[in-house]
Design a protein around this ligand. Sequence first.
Ligand SMILES: Cc1cc2nc3c(=O)[nH]c(=O)nc-3n(C[C@H](O)[C@H](O)[C@H](O)COP(=O)(O)OP(=O)(O)OC[C@H]3O[C@@H](n4cnc5c(N)ncnc54)[C@H](O)[C@@H]3O)c2cc1C
Length: 388
Amino acid sequence: MQGLPEHCEIVIVGGGPVGALAALQLARAGRDVTLLEARAKDSPVRDARALALSWYSRQQLAAAGAWPDDLPSTVIDSVHVSQQGGFGRTLLQQSDLALPHLGVVVDYPALIAALAAALTTAGVRVVWQARVTEVTSLSRYARLRVEIAGQARLLTSRLVVLAEGGALAESQPGITRHVHDYQQSALLAMVTASQPHRHIAYERFSERGPFALLPHGEQLMLVWTRSHADAARLQEADGSVLLAELQQAFGERLGEFVSVGERAVFPLALRQLNNVHSGRVVMIGNAAQTMHPVAAQGFNLGLRDAVGLVQTLAGVADVGDAAVLRRYGAARRVDSHAVVGFTHSLIQLFDGHGRAARTLRGLGMNAIDVLPPLRKAFAEHLVFGVGM
Ligand SMILES: Cc1cc2nc3c(=O)[nH]c(=O)nc-3n(C[C@H](O)[C@H](O)[C@H](O)COP(=O)(O)OP(=O)(O)OC[C@H]3O[C@@H](n4cnc5c(N)ncnc54)[C@H](O)[C@@H]3O)c2cc1C
């Protein structure tokens, strides 16, 4: 492959949103960076996900040149949290944090396309159709085995950043993964309601499972946690069946749900590494942790991994030095564990259907709602992360 050196300073494996942003920021910081992505450059990304990004994430993407003015997106000004069959609700507003907006919703394929265009504009070395099959850490560099358009290549690099979703991490010495299978799926569908969403994102803990309704253009993206069987049933069922269940679980706050588009299903699990570095290899984004999408925190957290890595590497001579990567791991631990723990606890707390559980939840939501300092702290953690 022409233009690909045999020895690199930093190789990033995986050009998903986290790897691509890390590549952009590292290149901007003057680092020699090579991004290896298994997909072909212009292959369509078929992914039904719409990501709710915090305003902080959106600003980081804009600063990296990956938020063009014409990127289709919908701002979130408020987040409304409630439960079915119980009192209590929380309303977080952009005025709580004095930000122009709390966040923004963007389709995963649109974000990937914006990042790919920004990588080209910034002149970052990206090798498409490059699938890394093996990474071995040696004392002065790491070695990668890569298949590029069907041809095997060996590369070496001072630092390898795994941002490929996680398959390669566990082959690294000392790395284990904690997995909690929720035995549930997320059912995704675009729905239309008779009343406008007014840029409110709804988080509803219903008797049939928690769901989010995210403002998306004039419509709303539904992300509903259901049992695998229920999700499969609703994926195939007539739209009226899903709309009736949604209406019953959500109530009339948005008037009537009138239409639903294609549906997609994602199985859900929490996965977290015991350690995010091993030798000259570091893991970021989904490669380090994946979580339940209920609080819409996965990419927001992964983005902060990328930002944290760039900050840790600033001015460092040997980017794969063990002490440097230890510093990165320690700096990210609080945020990662707090967000993964918070998301998991939310699922456990809202899983109970008894009166006591409902009362406890209602009291918690009301407390956040009526105590401005608590509400501000809660909103700050959602938008900026913990310990940043
Ligand atoms: C239903 C659902 C809803 C979600 N909603 C939200 C939300 O609202 N807000 C939010 O913040 N997060 C959300 N998330 C989480 C979010 O999607 C992920 O956190 C995010 O996609 C992680 O990005 P990533 O770049 O780490 O990994 P990925 O998006 O998985 O990208 C990995 C990339 O690596 C490439 N790759 C894989 N293997 C190799 C290899 N061996 N060699 C080279 N390249 C490779 C892949 O082709 C891909 O491009 C949601 C997740 C789900 C499932």
